[in-house]
Design a protein around this ligand. Sequence first.
Ligand SMILES: [Fe+2]
Length: 302
Amino acid sequence: MKIKIEKLSDHIGVQINNFDCGQKLNVVEINKLKEIIQKYHFICFKSQKINGELLAQFTKNFGDLEAYPEKDKTKGKIEIFNVSNVSEDGEHLSPDDQRVILQKNNSRWHTDSSYRYFPSIFSVLYGQETLPPDAKGGQTQFSNMLLAYKSLPEDKKIILEPLHQVHSYNDIRRLEPGLPELTQSEKSNFPPVTHPVIRVHPDRDHQKSLYFTSNTSLEIGGMGLEEGRDLHKWLVDYISKEKFCYKHFWEINDLIMWDNRVLLHRVIPYDYSQHRRAMIRGTVAGKTAVLGPFSNEVRNKL
Ligand SMILES: [Fe+2]
């Protein structure tokens, strides 16, 4: 079947109508979708009718499913993560419920599972309950890190080239003190990792992009704390510029899929007590480390 795409912006994303993600896909369709996401980084499939099982089936077309680090935050299978201010039983949760606090942390720029040494490749998010069109916030915003890197001033590229950031799942607690402590085994399963701030993409002709997050730390490493915070803040302001971004205005039953290696994303804050927002996410596990300009794999190639 021919897959027809409509571009959503100049630099991120396409929309696909008339495609059923709940069906079993053949190799030609899977390869076509892989080609599309490689080129546009984001796909929105409109009007999908799926559940957790079908979301898992669709996500598996692109690789192995990643399991979420905390057992008690998921609905059903641990591979299908509940991104929601609504409980498993359909109850609208209070804004200070730990599950909602965890959602609030998603309003900081991040790329999913950067706290892993092998971060995820794709995320697939299905909107079961979305905000009314006239509500304030609730959109998911994306920023293109390949483009942001390309547009960096040369002096900033030089400064950033050798730097790393620490990504720690446990440090979400540092930014969101309302969350309960992780168990000892959760902590030891996810020790802090570092990733280069400049990422090199072997599958894109060794192009470079930015790679950093705001959901587990607000500092860039390799310098004093204050300097690291200032540089991090500069990066956040820089990548938030409209010219790098696309904002997804959700409609119910949208299924969106994005490439975590290229895009950062965040949810635009909304009134958590007034609106219900329920989504489920499947995640394609990464198989390789994030390479930087000084990684041996890269130096040996250049
Ligand atoms: Fe996310």
